[in-house]
Design a protein around this ligand. Sequence first.
Ligand SMILES: [Zn+2]
Length: 130
Amino acid sequence: MHEWALAEAIVDYITKVSSGKKRFKRVTVKLGELQSIDEEILRFSINEILKADGIHVKELRFEKVPAIFRCRNCGYEWSLKDMEMDEEIKELIHFVPEAVHTYFKCPKCGSRDFEIVGGRGVYVVEVIPE
Ligand SMILES: [Zn+2]
């Protein structure tokens, strides 16, 4: 289970940076748009692990990080929502971000030589003790 492993890593991180504190006002986690994460499952998993570890987090906040692409040819930057695509391709891209190169090209110059500069990965950006 993808979300469960992520949840373990997140709780692990919280434990490490807070030197054993057990009560937190807020924890904020950024989720890349290109990661296929079910937020509800992730939230549930984190809460279960926190409970088992005797840690209390008042507010667990998720923030979506939009996917950003940058053309290596002309430098143009665009986001996933600027592109028109059907649901099937959207799904595929969530599982295999590299597949974007097969389906897209730079909206400005038409080059397929572009990089993904945002929207990948999951990271904890804020751990505020109570
Ligand atoms: Zn371009």
